[in-house]
Design a binder for this molecule. Sequence first.
Ligand code: FAD
Ligand code: NAG
Ligand code: NAG
Ligand code: NAG
Ligand code: NAG
Length: 484
Amino acid sequence: MLRWCAIVLLVCTGAFGNPTPEMPAAYDTIIIGMGAAGCTAASTLSKAGKKVLALEAMDRIGGRVNTVPFGDGVVEVGAEWIHGTEQSRVYNLAIQNNVSVLPQDIDFEVYRSDGSIGDKKVLNELLTFSLSVIDDPPETPEPLGQFITRRLKDYMKEKYPALLADQDFIDNLLEFLDLVIDNYESSNSWNEVSTESKYTELGGYQHMSWHRHGYKTLFEILLNTYNNGPGYPNLDIKLKKEVTQIAWPQDPTQDVVVYCKDGSSYRAKNVIVTVSLGVLKERDTSLFVPSLPTEKVHIIHNVSIGVICKVILRFESKWFSNMNFLYLWRDVDKKDVSPEDDWLLNIGEVSSPMGCSNTLTLWFSGEIAKRVETLPEDVVKRKAMELIRRFMGKNRTIPEPIAMLRSSWYSNPYTRGSYTYDNLSTPQYPHARATLAEPLVDSSGAPRVLFAGEATDNTHFSTVHGATDTGFREANRLLTKAKL
Ligand SMILES: Cc1cc2nc3c(=O)[nH]c(=O)nc-3n(C[C@H](O)[C@H](O)[C@H](O)COP(=O)(O)OP(=O)(O)OC[C@H]3O[C@@H](n4cnc5c(N)ncnc54)[C@H](O)[C@@H]3O)c2cc1C
Ligand SMILES: *[C@@H]1O[C@H](CO)[C@@H](O)[C@H](O)[C@H]1NC(C)=O
Ligand SMILES: *[C@@H]1O[C@H](CO)[C@@H](O)[C@H](O)[C@H]1NC(C)=O
Ligand SMILES: *[C@@H]1O[C@H](CO)[C@@H](O)[C@H](O)[C@H]1NC(C)=O
Ligand SMILES: *[C@@H]1O[C@H](CO)[C@@H](O)[C@H](O)[C@H]1NC(C)=O
């Protein structure tokens, strides 16, 4: 009987390559997802000589970074800037490889919905003040919008009493500030965001652009393919490989087995999972066998991930001057907008990306962003142009765009959102992100399933540099462990 078993096993592994528990692990580590976290982990482990397999569901590397050829250059459908330069792994990699990254000018012009020019100086002052109070949160956490509104009104009482008395202006200013915060946090409303957040900015300039190089260059650098680099011979990357199940053992002698949607399976000593929080929310029960600990499941469902939608329009020629534009509605003009087009009222900012010429990006966030993702293409284009012409077309003829691109980070089953933020429930879960990051260990205490990704960084979540740090953190958890 025993003998028969052994023969069957031999036949299986030899002839069909089916994995069996007794087979030695083909890989040291399998990395699931090749975004910023996965690529950093892959790079770190490959450099250390580990045999690594990377499985990525999409047909490209980069995850929530997606540099796409557009016009005479590129646009970023996902992450656009390096937020801060001090102690940034991302910025350092660019500099060490002589890739010039450039500060993007964040100077702006203000337009009102009747086509008039808004008072840039005053608006800049009020915006700067509003953002600055975030760094000085109240003792007791409260909704961020409520807090900023109170502080801003106090400030204006002293300095701009006439503006404060202008109800239409105040209402629309607060709505606009709400949108600015939402674009920042990817939240649905600034009152969903808590004044208490562990997020900390890196020092240095906050808007460094990869411009015509594209953010994709970071991934080429990480994977050693930049400038025709040879890559890593011990790193095997498979695209269009959607992972459906991770079977992890309690028994220290057994492997982790990863099953893919196409029927293939792979085994390794350990696995680093880097899928977004949005994906974990949807798949937490199906992805792991045995199931995740209850505490982790609770955190997955108690931390929030938001949505940002970019609508990117390219024009034949550059008819606009500045880099950035703020749109401030007036109540009377809102009446022209029909209820089904109310997403047009939720535009705060328009920017001009640095990767190509003659291009404008319209930013939407939260529930509105989800809707903008799903509206018919021609509707988005037509209405977006109505919006731009209303605000900026008073003294000029604005041409039709020649190309349009729109992001779909929420519709995408492999992202299900843009990035995480700390909402009003977060203060109840002070260890949320640390819990998300906790590895699943076998009976000997060795980590077998590890977790990286933006959401697992305690202070730099929601960014590429944060995601990168978590990939490095988990790779080193394995390397340190191996050395012991
Ligand atoms: C519109 C937008 C603008 C942004 N702007 C900025 C910015 O300017 N600066 C900044 O620093 N950050 C920005 N961010 C955030 C930044 O992009 C993310 O924090 C970061 O890229 C996340 O990296 P990650 O590796 O954690 O996750 P991801 O990039 O999501 O990587 C996870 C990977 O896992 C893959 N995957 C998912 N499910 C499976 C599965 N079942 N099997 C196999 N693979 C799977 C996914 O396809 C993906 O490639 C922005 C994000 C968005 C969406
Ligand atoms: C970057 O430029 C410096 C100075 O020209 C050079 O010494 C260095 O080798 C370059 N590094 C890379 C990675 O190309
Ligand atoms: C349009 O032109 C008039 C007159 O030159 C000027 O006062 C106004 O500010 C301009 N408006 C816009 C939106 O450019
Ligand atoms: C949030 O966490 C609590 C435990 O702190 C849990 O009872 C609750 O079910 C979680 N919420 C969700 C949506 O899972
Ligand atoms: C915070 O986000 C989580 C996850 O989306 C959600 O379950 C919770 O209700 C939110 N808290 C509040 C106060 O909105």
